[in-house]
Design a protein around this ligand. Structure first.
Ligand code: HEC
Ligand code: HEC
Length: 191
């Protein structure tokens, strides 16, 4: 008797987790329309999500939903997400392989300049040595170059304040446009 009811319970749990996986896949298909197949963006000014830290993804979705971070395309999408959606989508995108390295660098001198600025400004102290990010800190290695440029400019000009006591606003404020360009190029082509 006990064995039989235990068997039934585990069947119910199994069915529920399948339904849940299907639900995430369905939601993630909406995201793919902009963020690309497998979370690798092919579209200007839309970031790749694959391999971003789970916590970073959750916070950004919460910021969009709450209106603390605003974007014409992304805000309406986030407005419709439940807490469970946010948790499940973050787990899903964090589990995908991150964007691959770009095989060739069309401007090694700019990367070289970016390397120096990144060292001077201690980007790795938060973003980790390979810029993979951790917890609420973004992965920035191999992100789209023009999106990195936009993100740093948004912090510099207070369009985006970000979490973590708005550390990125403090980091980006003193950077010049040329320094931001070099950093974006270096990080997009990071080796
Ligand atoms: C209509 C296009 C569109 C769709 C659909 C869309 N997004 Fe976005 N998303 C954007 C844009 C554009 C940005 C960049 C916003 C900015 O520049 O601040 C963004 C940013 C994000 C970010 C912040 C990433 C970062 O690196 O800062 C997350 C997380 C995100 N989207 C998750 C999702 C999820 C999850 C879905 C599906 C439920 C989704 N998006 C669907 C357009 C879209
Ligand atoms: C004190 C810790 C800290 C330092 C130092 C730091 N960052 Fe960040 N960075 C963060 C955090 C936290 C976030 C997420 C902020 C948010 O919620 O928007 C972030 C986000 C970013 C983003 C946005 C990524 C995305 O996908 O939206 C970029 C780009 C970035 N950092 C670049 C840099 C660069 C370049 C440097 C060095 C010049 C740097 N960071 C130094 C903590 C730091």
């Amino acid at each position: 008797m006990r064995v039989a009811s235990f068997g039934m319970l585990s069947t119910v749990v199994l069915v529920a987790s399948f339904a849940h996986a299907a639900d995430v896949k369905e939601k993630a298909a909406i995201c793919a329309g902009c963020h690309g197949e497998n979370g690798i963006s092919q579209t200007e000014n839309i970031p790749s999500l694959a391999g971003q830290p789970n916590q970073f993804l959750q916070w950004q979705l919460v910021f969009f939903r709450a209106g603390a971070r605003k974007n014409e395309q992304m805000s309406p999408i986030a407005a419709d997400l439940s807490n469970d959606d946010i948790r499940n989508l973050a787990i899903y995108f964090a589990s995908l392989p991150p964007p691959p390295a770009i095989p060739s660098d069309d401007n090694p001198a700019l990367s070289e300049a970016g390397t120096k600025i990144a060292a001077q400004t201690h980007c790795t102290s938060c973003h980790t040595d390979n810029f993979a990010g951790a917890k609420a800190v973004a992965r920035i290695a191999h992100q789209r170059e023009e999106y990195l440029l936009k993100a740093l400019t948004d912090y510099k000009t207070s369009v985006r304040s970000g979490g973590g006591q708005a550390v990125m606003a403090d980091v980006a404020y003193p950077l010049t446009e040329d320094q931001i360009k070099a950093l974006a190029h270096y990080l997009a082509h990071f080796k």
